[in-house]
Design a protein around this ligand. Structure first.
Ligand code: FES
Length: 105
């Protein structure tokens, strides 16, 4: 089992099984406290915004251009660790990945 550690918008931590081989967003959008993911992973809505725990930032592939542009428009953008969860493919290597769900905007 590859766990994802999720901090919800109230600051509560949850441990769930992540879906390997698909984006982190796919797991998050199935949760009551998860993300809306309105565009379904097309990198055009930013409603899947998360803050990646700093211990994990360097283990993820860097942001691509579209993701970077979309994130910069958000008031809750944090240059160090903001990511669109639809752009992070979950794998066994990322077991234990910790993300906090960013505020709704
Ligand atoms: S689901 Fe829309 S940008 Fe990620």
């Amino acid at each position: 089992m590859a766990e994802l550690v999720i901090v919800d918008r109230d600051g509560k931590e949850h441990r769930v099984e992540g879906r390997v081989g698909v984006s982190v967003m796919e797991t998050l959008r199935e949760l009551d406290y998860g993300v809306a993911a309105i565009c379904g992973g097309m990198c055009s809505c930013a409603t899947c915004h998360v803050w990646v725990d700093e211990a994990w930032v360097a283990k993820l592939p860097p942001r691509q251009g579209d993701e970077q542009e979309l994130l910069r428009e958000l008031g809750s953008f944090r240059p160090a660790n903001s990511r669109l969860s639809c752009q992070i493919v979950f794998s066994e290597a990322l077991a234990g990945l910790k993300v906090a769900i960013a505020p709704d905007e």
